[in-house]
Design a protein around this ligand. Structure first.
Ligand code: AMP
Ligand code: MG
Length: 331
């Protein structure tokens, strides 16, 4: 099932990954500006959204897109240099797309609202922009949502070594999952796919926990208390972006915790849709910190959820119980 959607989504994400890697190696991260929420945005965020939106529009003209970026900042005359760079890069990877107005239009197709009805795509053109700027991990994450359910996820990770973080070569890696059909991994330049499974570890002492690099995105203190309570021996791995879900899916990481630093924060759907299905189809489980399934029917955010708990499945109950004891006690 989803043969065409899968093929088109993979093609779109690969194109965007090429653009991101080129921008990163040209050190164009210099053209960074800050959004209203003070998070950074680069040539590559806009360029990747334009490329993917264009491929999706050509193949699925009636399916809306809910994307992270919009063109408002590029239209600002103060950001002319950034705009010119975006146009240049987009044109290089999609020669049919060279005019400013067309590129703005492609980016702004991502203004979809999302809902529990019908189908729509959701896209984070660069998840982990801060990691991208530091030369660390980032992901291009695209998912298809139908009647509130994630049915397809594709995640490109240009800086992730193919088999394990221990490898020297960051050749890049792409994860793809279709509902009911499992998760597969391939290289960015090699179409051969490998079935991907979560770890079979059931002893939390040996588990590798993953959390955000940025302390404002997930409480490092609470995670430290949970690890202590579970007797976890390994230090948590701090990493940007949904690559953390990828590590779980391929059994390298065991648990990914995202514990809110403020109660009012609503997770964005594009930060979790692709990652969630990639972990679940590899045999893992993803819920919020109260054990509730993630609800993708509420629009652009996971308004009905709080925090994220992703595990290999075997450790899920134990981790949720520990969160209940440790986190709730301290609130
Ligand atoms: P990560 O790299 O896992 O820390 O996640 C990056 C994502 O965190 C970004 O794409 C933002 O949408 C999201 N984000 C921004 N502010 C917060 C916050 N206060 N709490 C949780 N996530 C956030
Ligand atoms: Mg993001």
């Amino acid at each position: 099932m989803y043969e065409i959607e899968r093929r088109v989504a993979v093609e779109a994400v690969l194109k965007a990954c090429s653009l991101c890697a080129a921008v990163q190696s040209a050190h164009l991260s210099a053209g960074v500006i800050n959004k209203e929420d003070r998070s950074p945005v680069t040539v590559a965020d806009f360029g990747a959204q334009a490329l993917i939106s264009e491929v999706l529009a050509a193949n699925f003209p009636h399916v809306p897109l809910v994307g992270e970026e919009d063109s408002a900042l590029l239209r600002d005359t103060d950001n002319e240099r950034l705009k010119d760079l975006v146009i240049g890069y987009v044109h290089r990877y999609s020669p049919g797309l060279g005019k400013e107005t067309e590129i703005f239009k492609a980016i702004d197709r991502g203004k979809g609202e999302g809902s529990g009805r019908g189908r729509f795509w959701t896209l984070d053109p660069i998840d982990g922009t801060k990691g991208f700027l530091r030369g660390d991990q980032y992901a291009v994450a695209l998912a298809l949502i139908e009647e509130g359910q994630v049915t397809l996820g594709v995640m490109g990770c240009p800086s992730l070594p193919f088999h394990s973080l221990q490898e020297k070569d960051p050749l890049g890696c792409l994860f793809v999952a279709v509902k009911g059909e499992g998760t597969y991994t391939r290289g960015l330049d090699n179409p051969a796919e490998m079935k991907t499974l979560v770890s079979s570890l059931s002893d939390p002492a040996e588990a590798l926990f993953c959390e955000s690099f940025e302390p404002s995105h997930s409480s490092h203190d609470q995670v430290a208390r949970i690890l202590e309570s579970l007797g976890v021996k390994r230090r948590p791995l701090r990493m940007d972006s949904q690559v953390k879900y990828g590590l779980l899916a391929r059994g390298e990481g065991t648990v990914y915790l995202r514990l809110p630093t403020r109660k009012s924060y609503e997770e964005k759907i594009w930060d979790h849709a692709a990652g969630m299905i990639i972990v679940e189809e590899a045999g893992g489980r993803v819920t919020d910190l109260h054990g509730r399934p993630l609800d993708f029917s509420r629009g652009r955010t996971l308004a009905a959820n709080q925090g994220i708990v992703a595990t290999n499945g075997l450790l899920h109950k134990r981790v949720l119980e520990t969160i209940r004891q440790v986190v709730n006690k301290n609130q």
